[in-house]
Design a protein around this ligand. Structure first.
Ligand code: ATP
Ligand code: MG
Length: 401
């Protein structure tokens, strides 16, 4: 392997003014935590980037971890050489040689940050370009669309030469947007919604409603597995499992058929709100997409949303199912989501629920419904699963929240 370093460049962070430092701190902590499985790495935080010295750790595996971390724009593989022209020429040629089989064109982008260095940026471009052309065959310069853009940065004490680029995940670092409670079912949509919230810096806790014995251990395990996948993209996600059987039975017995689904959703949202308050989450997120199913019409959302004042975030609202499925594949939740399972939501529901419920009717049907007792009972029965404890991991993220 010819590269000794990976240089992690930040994304939108540069735009964030005063918060910049805090954001970089968070990103640094996340990077450090996620790279724990590679003990030989040495990390250094700079103003513009995080420098990772590889010390023979496998570059591909390390970049695989880094490309999943939000807040990172690019990861560049680099070498460091001494601040003298001869070493820089040798280094540049070494990188090009290692890529020679895969490229036809190149470009040099030299930056002399250290003004004491005697050769200016333009002259460096020309000298290095010339050196590479003389020492290779079949490779040409293309300044517009080169196969490789060889960046050279002459710094205070050393020069960095960058070869391969890896595209980062973009977004904001974990923890920069506070906590959100994700309503996580076993379906395709809600894990994707969680991932997109993590992309904008939210730290997640998840709430799942289950109805034993109508939903079984498999359904539970599925949600645990989905939560574990989401852990890849941010801090550790705590999962709260709420017993929902009693509420569903009461709804079946006391509510008109075509309002059962609306009532069930209102109860779910009320419980989620209570738990969000308890856990310090400022918003609730769902996997709803406008018009996808009966419960996701505007009328339905309007009627369901009435029961909470918390923002209900719906990152999938405007997406088509194919777009959602694409992301589910990308984040490796799809195969888990399509495992067969019993969904508590379909339990006791008529085949054609009302697509246009309204608040007035919903409120009328709830007049004699023991809402508060049922909520309290559900909250008291919550089982919280902390996968980190199970895996015996410690989290630096917690210190930041
Ligand atoms: P998903 O693919 O996420 O299951 P869906 O297309 O099946 O969504 P619905 O069943 O209408 O749609 O659920 C809408 C949203 O309500 C889900 O995305 C999820 O956020 C939440 N939700 C549904 N069922 C549950 C549950 N059992 N526990 C927690 N949240 C749920
Ligand atoms: Mg579902």
């Amino acid at each position: 392997m010819i590269y000794d370093y990976l240089i992690v460049r930040f994304g939108e962070l540069t735009l964030k003014g005063k918060n910049r430092n805090k954001f970089i701190d968070r990103l640094y902590v996340t990077v450090k935590e996620k790279l724990k499985p590679f003990p030989q790495l040495k990390l250094k935080r700079h103003f513009d980037d995080i420098e990772i010295q590889l010390n023979n750790e496998p570059i591909q595996q390390v970049t695989d971890v880094l490309t999943k971390i939000f807040g990172i724009q690019t990861i560049r593989a680099a070498i460091k050489v001494e601040n003298d022209l001869e070493s820089i020429k040798q280094g540049a040629l070494k990188i090009i040689k290692s890529e020679e089989a895969n490229i036809k064109t190149f470009k040099i982008s030299a930056k002399r940050k250290n003004k004491k260095f005697p050769t200016g940026s333009d002259e460096l471009n020309r000298t290095l370009g010339g050196h590479i052309l003389t020492n290779t065959e079949d490779i040409k310069v293309d300044v517009h669309q080169p196969d490789i853009n060889l960046r050279v940065e002459v710094m205070e004490h050393e020069t960095r030469i960058y070869g391969k680029d890896f595209k980062g995940a973009g977004g904001l670092p974990a923890g920069s947007s506070g906590k959100v409670l994700l309503m996580l079912s076993g379906g395709i949509d809600s894990p994707v919604a969680g991932y997109l919230m993590q992309k904008r810096g939210a730290v997640l806790e998840a709430i799942h409603f289950h109805s034993p014995p109508y939903t079984n251990e498999r359904a539970r395990q599925k949600v645990i597995d989905l939560t574990e996948k989401l852990n890849d993209f941010g801090g550790q996600v705590k999962l709260h499992i709420v017993p929902f059987t009693d509420i569903q039975i009461q709804i079946r017995d006391k509510m008109p058929d075509n309002y059962r689904m609306t009532m069930m959703r209102r109860m779910m949202l009320r419980i989620a709100e209570k738990l969000a308050e308890k856990r310090g989450a400022l918003a609730i997120a769902t996997g709803e997409s406008l018009g996808q199913v009966a419960s996701q019409t505007l009328e339905s959302m309007n009627t369901i949303n009435e029961v909470t004042n918390l923002p209900v975030l719906r990152p999938l609202l405007t997406m088509d199912k194919v777009e959602i499925i694409d992301i589910a594949h990308k984040i490796n939740t799809y195969d888990i989501s399509i495992r067969p399972y019993e969904d508590c939501c379909t339990l006791f529901l008529p085949s054609a629920p009302k697509t246009k419920p309204n608040r007035e009717h919903a409120n009328k049907f709830e007049i004699d419904f023991p809402i508060n007792e049922l909520i309290q009972e559900a909250i008291d029965g919550i089982e919280t699963i902390d996968l980190r404890e199970q895996n015996n991991k410690t989290s630096l993220m917690d210190e930041l929240l």
